[in-house]
Design a protein around this ligand. Sequence first.
Ligand code: ADP
Length: 549
Amino acid sequence: MPEDLTLRPFFWRATRLFPDTEVVSRTRDGVDRYTYADFGDRVRRLAAALADLGVEPGDRVGTLGWNTHRHFEAYYAVPLSGAQLHTVNLLLQDDHVEYIVNDAADDVLIVDRDAVETLDRLWDRIDGVREVVVMGDSVPETESDLPLSSFEELIAAADPMASWPPLAEDDPAGMCYTSGTTGKPKGVEYTHKMIYAHAMMVMTPAALDIAEDDVVMPVVPMFHVNSWEFPYAVTMAGAKQVYPGPSPDPADLVGLIESEGVTLTAGVPTVWIDVLDHLDEHGGNLSSLERIVVGGSAAPREVMRRYEDEHDVTIEHAWGMTETMSIGSVSRPTSRMADTDREAKLDKRAKQGLLSPGLEMRVVDDGGEPVDWDGEAFGELLVRGPSVVESYYNRPEADATDFVEADDGGARWLRTGDIATVDGDGYIEVVDRAKDVIKSGGEWISSIELENALMAHEDVAEAVVIAAAHERWQERPLAFVVPKAGRELDVEGIRSFLADEFPRWWLPDDVRFREEIPKTATGKFDKKTLRETVDDPELPYAPGGGDGQ
Ligand code: ADP
């Protein structure tokens, strides 16, 4: 029997073949730097420390952390110990963190100091977590009786684990929650085999082409779908990696590119728009940088052009979802387009691109029939492959709606909720979204949760929230409200009403008051018409007012 597909060879390859290659991590006070050999030692110590805390194969270890070397160590120590790494977004509001940690039934948490305050507030409401390991050399004071221990103290006291327990390719290795279109966030589980398949796919020239001589800085958070698989793919490639640390700003990112010679980096459009603004104002040297992977929301064409013209950097536009383990397509012209001009190439690259190797797709109309690949006909994008999930964690009702049985004996198709066209060259273009969520700077905002809260206001008769296009955040929430007869409402009143329940970055940028809200034939709020009227010159939507995140 050949060896199962697990994370073991990822760890082996970097630590044994590239022991001198560096791993760099920005901290609040400077930069930490070590080699893959040091990484290997610390991962083995962390695994031993987790075992001492009672973590066993099959347990789930949650993390709430920024992109740091310690988080990177957890990415290996947890699954190589046979446990499952569950990354939790530390920017989420309290009740979402509470729901996600409880739903996943995490046994132990490994968290950045920044997350301790949140957990301290929530501690009474969290079940089952035995220990909270703080990624630092001490633990902060808390109000509650959080069972805290220090990551560095645990590592210093532990003897490196000599060998990993038996691992099988179908063992769960990772987990991440995605925002539910309706209802609660949904858990998605990744096995060793899925991570193996996806990381190898990401490395290939047909996807992101990661090589040993690259210097890679993943800016996309490690709580978002394994940081788009960089911590695994880059380790397998044996390349130097640079972790940008807690809430990096554009100056931090440009500084790291300059000091570490970063060749490849990745993140949502907002980050790279902010970096461009920073470069305009303060200058900077991006000469080492060859490519930026931009995804999570559509990469704006103008941003692609400016990076190329002004900094000689290519934007690799990528599409993906939590359910596809991130990167599922990359948009790069093929040899077929060698003779086309720059504008035609930019048109192509602004699309979501060619499906990555190993995946299959279909684009189907409302009746489930495939649409023509003519760049005009649109339908819902369905995908499947070894890195695409076939179900959610404990959510049979979502499994029933979000997947379609295959009629060819293959795995079932994931319904992406993205409405797309496909052109004659096979390039996907996402033209709309069927799911009712707003994506602001790469983070989801639930329009439904905002609507439910608005409808609970005593003076509101009807309310609907849509995504309005925004230059910096790609999308921002815009509310339409019908006041009850004879009641007076104003924008600030509505925003402060919502502020009791939601973080600032969830608040609608504007509230438009209406006598009625357009409805579809079946009586639902007609968000499509509303979205169209936002672009109406009579209703100018002023970007820039957004509080963002
Ligand atoms: P991630 O954390 O990788 O952003 P999510 O599961 O939260 O993954 O979001 C996936 C959704 O984000 C997609 O279904 C799509 O609606 C949107 N999306 C992702 N990448 C792109 C892109 N390049 N262009 C347009 N929309 C995108």
